[in-house]
Design a protein around this ligand. Structure first.
Ligand code: C2E
Ligand code: CA
Ligand code: CA
Length: 436
């Protein structure tokens, strides 16, 4: 690794441009000016250029660090909690890979942009590593970064910032999560799944959020792992299921035939009562089991395979659907697919998005679709973010699509207006035309 500039000797924390220049034309508006950005690069010159570009682009709220350790300390102590962090991989004292490791340990909740003077292959490997640390990478770019590239990367960040504000408070205690469950602070959002060929809406996926009294809307990544680790997940799932079934019944009564998908953890399925619970509640609420799909991802080791098989086989006999989620990631494996009675295979979004321009991704994507077809399962492409992704999923023969290009997750009351809008001809034509 070559450093073209000497390691700075003084002032490890360099802060620029906190007073936004009023004459600067803000291109990204209020969201941009509030956005907290951190830049870590050992090269002072690069930091200065980045500082100028950010100010120019209307992002005055940033901090620059020339050493990873100081930046990590600022995040850890809460002095500065960035929503997006631009990280140079090539640094002398603590390199970017070490910073990634530490960010993973700290459970850094914001978005990440990786920069390097090295080639694309190094960036790709670092990106995979960051994801393995459960960090959210929104872009990776070879340096030097142009103004246009920076604009695009920040746009990627804001696209992903649907549940953000609160993602940034690092950790909640299990007591806080218990309070959320018991005091009705959890709220279900729903994201449409559409037929890839016709655009017809076939169902919605339930995605829980925490309507936190002070932090705003908190995404599930911030509390599901805590619920799983502290034995609260069963209660949480029951809360989500009850409100999803109640909602499904409302849609059913108003004539919208939406299949409703609900995410469940392995731990839910290790309790034999879960099948009784689901069967009795759907009977009580008069929701047909055929219109309920459970999405399963193996985030934990299967604690009790006998119980899981018992529950899933019973649910299948009662005609509930079962989907293998995040297929292709380490968590959802061929072994699961071999042993459990799935109806649907959801291809993880890390294989869908940009598969059209990346041969390797496309190979994974296409073979997952083919595998689903050979096993008689319907394939769902997750993370369809643009018209290219949609076209790619269609031409690969994928049955269903889900992703920001179609709709973001939304509160229950927004679904019917969305369906109306989606159903109108103009919208559908746009859907078709955009990929023609
Ligand atoms: P998942 O089941 O893989 O859900 C899809 C996630 O991808 C959702 O994140 C959704 O908002 C996001 N997403 C949808 N379309 C796009 C797209 O085009 N691009 C990108 N980049 N992302 C997209 P969310 O809502 O933050 O949920 C995260 C995870 O939390 C879910 O991943 C699921 O595993 C878990 N989860 C959510 N609700 C529940 C629940 O009720 N119970 C359990 N056990 N887990 C849940
Ligand atoms: Ca899911
Ligand atoms: Ca998934």
């Amino acid at each position: 690794m070559n450093l073209t500039h000497p390691v700075p000797t003084s002032e490890e924390h360099i802060q620029f441009a906190h007073q936004a220049n009023e004459e600067v034309q803000s291109t990204a508006g209020a969201a941009a000016s509030a956005c907290r950005i951190m830049v870590i690069d050992d090269d002072e010159f690069v930091l200065k250029v980045m500082g100028c570009m950010l100010t120019d682009l209307g992002y005055p709220n940033f901090e620059c660090f020339d050493q990873g350790a100081a930046a990590l300390a600022a995040i850890d102590s809460g002095v500065f909690s960035p929503e997006v962090l631009l990280l140079d991989l090539n640094m002398p004292s603590m390199d970017g890979i070490e910073v990634l490791r530490a960010l993973g340990e700290q459970k850094y909740p914001g978005n990440l942009i990786l920069l390097s003077g090295e080639d694309q292959a190094t960036l790709r490997a670092a990106e995979a590593l960051a994801r393995a640390h459960k960090l959210r990478v929104v872009g990776a770019q070879v340096k030097p970064l142009s103004r246009e590239q920076l604009t695009q990367l920040l746009a990627q960040h804001s696209k992903r910032a649907d549940v953000t504000t609160a993602r940034l408070r690092t950790r909640y205690s299990s007591e806080e999560v218990a309070t959320a469950i018991h005091e009705g602070q959890l709220v279900n959002y729903y994201q449409p799944k559409v037929d890839a060929a016709s655009g017809r809406v076939v169902g919605v996926e339930t995605l829980v959020r925490w309507n936190h009294p002070t932090d705003g809307l908190v995404g599930p990544d911030q509390f599901i792992p805590i619920a799983e680790a502290s034995g609260l997940i069963r209660e949480l799932t029951r809360t989500v299921v009850m409100s999803a079934l109640t909602q499904a019944k409302r849609w059913q009564d108003s004539g919208s035939q939406l299949r409703i998908a609900i995410n469940v953890s392995m731990d839910d399925l290790s309790s034999i009562e879960f099948a009784d619970f689901l069967i009795s509640q759907s009977e009580r609420l008069q929701v047909r089991p055929e219109s309920v799909m459970l999405e399963l991802t193996e985030s934990q080791l299967v604690p009790n395979l006998v119980a899981v098989l018992d529950v899933l086989t019973r649910l299948r006999l009662h005609r509930f659907g079962l989907s293998i989620d995040d297929f292709g990631t380490g968590h959802s494996s061929l072994v699961q697919l071999r042993d459990l009675p799935f109806d649907e295979l959801k291809i993880d979004r890390s294989f869908t998005h940009k598969a059209w321009k990346d041969q390797r991704l496309h190979a994974f994507f296409q073979s997952s679709v083919d595998l689903a077809r050979m096993l008689g399962l319907s394939a769902v492409a997750e993370g369809v973010e643009d018209a290219h992704d949609l076209e790619c999923a269609r031409s690969a023969g994928c049955a269903l699509c889900q992703g920001y290009f179609i709709a973001k997750p939304m509160p229950a009351e927004s679904i019917e207006p969305w369906l109306d809008e989606w159903g109108v001809r103009s919208k559908f034509e746009r859907f078709s035309r955009s990929v023609a």
